[in-house]
Design a binder for this molecule. Structure first.
Ligand SMILES: Cc1ncc(COP(=O)(O)O)c(C=O)c1O
Length: 476
């Protein structure tokens, strides 16, 4: 098969490269590298694979970026999007207008969500979902007559988005560099990183420490000042950090004790990645007050996010309010929203996506092959360069080290994750480099054979990288 007919359409890849290079400011860009190398132009997707503009095929080891859960090029979702575009692509949903997919999707998410998260606000992505959540929680405590209860607690290395507000919630300190943040709004506790816990500490003791640290932080700030704790069930961009058993349940107990709301950021972990539509409750025994989601909600086919609020929060924010000092004012308004909240086409895509996940048994598939994936990837820990393989189901990560015994890292200048990713790319696999990590989060449709293919290419790439380092005199 030639490159052109693989793509069904031919591209002038150099022309695209040049236009992109000269005009597109990319998200999370390292400008010096971009100046030199520009971008890989991905032109097509099919199942678990994508193709560049020259027709070279790659296994998509990152599902676009934690998104394309049902796989690329799904005709059914494409048709449903097209049908909805013909029917009604968009009409606003302000105040008293809705559309059929938005109404259906809100009810469907309420059905899928744990406990009483029955009230859904539609956002344009994950950052917007967390932004909405912060604003709504502040509004909630104002309504309760607790206007001081505003501070938020997040965790070092958490990722919650890139808007002004959610970058403050994001605890990846390097991401803050050079930008401004709102002051004294967000406070941080430790990232749960069992691999790097103190030598001699058991997982239970480590969990005790983390839980006590959260409680100490709330007490230090004053519970009357703390509105919410934000946490991803498994930290994604922070390095696929799986917390010690019981962590979420116990941190929620701490929050409940101090009337602090628990927000579970499921932007990555929902819609099958850990084998459940929402992972908070079935995988972690957590009953959050709010869940935020995006990405896998539409499998990335179109942008959409959602904030799922509990009945209790809704009851407070929707209660008509009166202010004796302003008898004429109508205080029943919730003045928050986006033009595209409840976008008909995006909601139709999400409904189709959820139908596909349910009908194809994708959560069951992930629960069945996930442990095999974990085991196959864990075999890479035998390689001298690999210190730790961690994660759960289809959310996995490999950590490279200079010394397995001391867990010492290689110098940042070696860019070990990038080197491994480059070797993978040459061999037809895309994995995500993050410092000394390589993240693996493929579409959830991978068969066992495709899991083998991914792990084999990654293993060969790590071995080739180790050989490079030795040859260049950078290691051992
Ligand atoms: C856990 C988590 N929350 C929020 C976001 C932000 O989502 P978005 O990029 O759609 O704004 C991300 C993005 O990667 C994420 O991983």
């Amino acid at each position: 098969m030639t490159a052109a007919n693989r793509l069904e359409q031919s591209y002038d890849s150099h022309d695209l490269w040049r236009k992109d290079h000269d005009h597109f400011i990319h998200p999370f860009t390292h400008f010096p590298t971009f100046e030199k190398e520009g971008s890989l132009v991905i032109a097509k997707g099919e199942g678990a694979y994508v193709f560049d503009a020259d027709g070279k095929r790659y296994m998509d080891g990152i599902a676009g970026i934690w998104c394309v859960n049902i796989g690329h090029g799904n005709e059914e979702i494409a048709d449903r999007i097209a049908d909805q575009a013909r029917q009604l692509a968009f009409f606003n949903t302000f105040v008293d207008v809705t559309n059929p997919p938005a109404a259906e999707l809100a009810a469907k998410l309420a059905e899928l969500a744990p406990s009483n998260l029955n009230r859904i606000f539609f956002d344009t992505g994950g950052s917007a979902a967390n932004d909405t959540t912060v604003r709504t929680i502040h509004f909630y405590f104002n309504r309760l007559g607790q206007p001081k209860k505003k501070k938020l607690i997040s965790r070092i290395d958490a990722y919650h988005g890139s808007s002004y507000l959610t970058m403050a919630l994001t605890g990846r300190k390097d991401d803050h560099y050079g930008f401004d943040l709102p002051r004294d709004l967000v406070h941080y506790v430790s990232c749960p990183n069992p691999y790097r816990r103190a030598v001699g500490t058991t997982l239970d003791e480590y969990c005790d420490e983390l839980v006590a640290e959260l409680e100490d932080k709330i007490l230090e700030l004053g519970p009357e000042n703390v509105a919410a704790f934000f946490a991803e069930p498994i930290m994604g961009a922070g390095g696929v950090m799986v917390p010690p058993p019981g962590y979420h349940r116990r941190t929620q107990q701490v929050c409940r004790r101090h009337d602090v709301l628990y927000v579970s950021d499921e932007v990555v972990t929902a819609f099958g990645r850990l084998g459940h539509m929402f992972s908070s409750e079935p995988a972690f025994g957590l009953e959050p007050d709010v869940i935020t989601c995006a990405k896998g909600l539409t499998s990335g086919y179109v942008p959409l996010g959602a904030s799922l609020f509990s009945d209790q929060i809704y009851e407070v924010i929707s209660r008509p309010e009166t202010d004796p000092s302003r008898p004429e004012a109508d205080l029943g308004w919730f003045n928050h929203g986006f033009t595209y909240s409840g976008h008909a086409l995006c909601c139709a895509a999400a409904l189709a996506n959820i139908e596909i996940i349910e009908r194809e048994g994708i959560c069951e598939h992930v629960r069945e092959v996930g442990p095999y994936f974990e085991k196959r990837l864990a075999s890479l820990e035998d390689l001298p360069l690999v210190g730790n393989v961690r994660g759960s189901h289809f959310m996995l990560c490999v950590e490279s080290v200079a010394d397995k015994r001391t867990k010492e890292l290689l110098p940042t200048s070696i860019a070990i994750g990038q080197r491994i990713a480059d070797h993978c790319e040459q061999r037809g696999l895309i994995v995500r480099p993050m410092g000394h990590l390589n993240v693996i989060s493929p579409p959830l449709i991978l068969s066992r054979e495709q899991i083998d293919e991914l792990v084999d290419i990654l293993g060969a790439s790590i071995r080739a990288t180790a050989d490079d380092l030795v040859r260049e005199g950078l290691w051992r």
